[in-house]
Design a protein around this ligand. Structure first.
Ligand SMILES: O=c1cc[nH]c(=O)[nH]1
Length: 251
């Protein structure tokens, strides 16, 4: 699909016919002026350690198989992580913890993710973000989250035949993903389930299909790991529980 210059996710995302097509299209999105400015500015004022690298500086597609049974939902790419490397949760401490855990569970072929074409493969797991561009201070506005929503809704619509469990990494992901799942064909319980590490909600499918297990996990960011609020063992336990609920066979 040719990307038009007047780029509206609400118009374009529903027109995509597959996740492959969506992944191809989303990287052309320029819908949020503040985020476009920030992702491009950080690519010019690089971190010293990355001076010789060409930053991706575009929106980040999801990563992992199109028929994933387990989907991990983060927040938004890091300015010098995904915004540099071009792959979600890649090149930042959050991703180091996440991919190492997936590898320990046998859900990734390598323990680390370093660049968008490094041979890493996930088994049965896909990772995506509700906001696809790096935001200043890692804080997207509600308006930016809402503008970006059609991409992740469309992604979940395509994943519906196979996805059985979702892990929301942090409170932002939890709040962002509930309306996404409602729009993509699941019933969100009332009252709305509350986020916490280990929170678990079961969402029936609106068409009588298989239910979806939603789990909450503290975000894997240094803010949580450096303070000891979240440990690698806690991440392993949570992801193992979610992968098992999804019908995978984690180590
Ligand atoms: O939530 C996050 C954090 C880092 N990188 C991402 O892509 N998402």
């Amino acid at each position: 699909m040719e990307p038009p210059s007047d780029f509206s996710p609400a118009v374009l995302a529903p027109q995509t016919r597959s996740i492959a097509e969506l992944d191809e299209l989303v990287v052309h999105c320029r819908a949020c002026p503040r985020l476009v400015a920030w992702r491009e500015e950080t690519a010019l004022v690089k971190r010293r350690a990355f001076q010789d690298q060409e930053y991706w500086a575009r929106p980040i597609p999801g990563f992992g198989p199109y028929d994933a049974r387990l989907v991990l939902v983060g927040l938004a790419p890091a300015a010098h992580g995904g915004n540099r490397t071009g792959r979600i949760f890649t090149g930042d401490p959050s991703g180091d913890l996440l991919y190492a855990s997936l590898h320990r569970l046998g859900l990734a072929n390598r323990p680390e993710s370093t660049w968008r074409e490094d041979g890493l493969r996930l088994h049965g797991v896909r990772i995506t973000d509700p906001v696809r561009c790096a935001p200043p201070e890692n804080k997207p506005t509600n308006a930016e989250r809402d503008t970006c929503r059609p991409w992740i809704v469309r992604e979940f619509e395509e994943l519906r035949p196979t996805v059985r469990a979702v892990v929301a990494l942090g409170g932002f992901a939890w709040q962002a993903v509930l309306p996404v799942l409602a729009a993509a064909g699941w019933q969100v319980p009332r009252p709305r389930p509350v986020f916490g590490h280990g929170a678990h909600a079961v969402l029936p499918a609106t068409d009588g299909g298989p239910e979806l297990h939603l789990f909450g996990c503290f975000h894997v960011s240094p803010r949580n790991t450096y303070t000891g609020r979240l440990t690698p063992a806690m991440v392993d336990d949570l992801l193992r529980t979610a992968a098992t609920a999804a019908g995978l066979d984690p180590a």
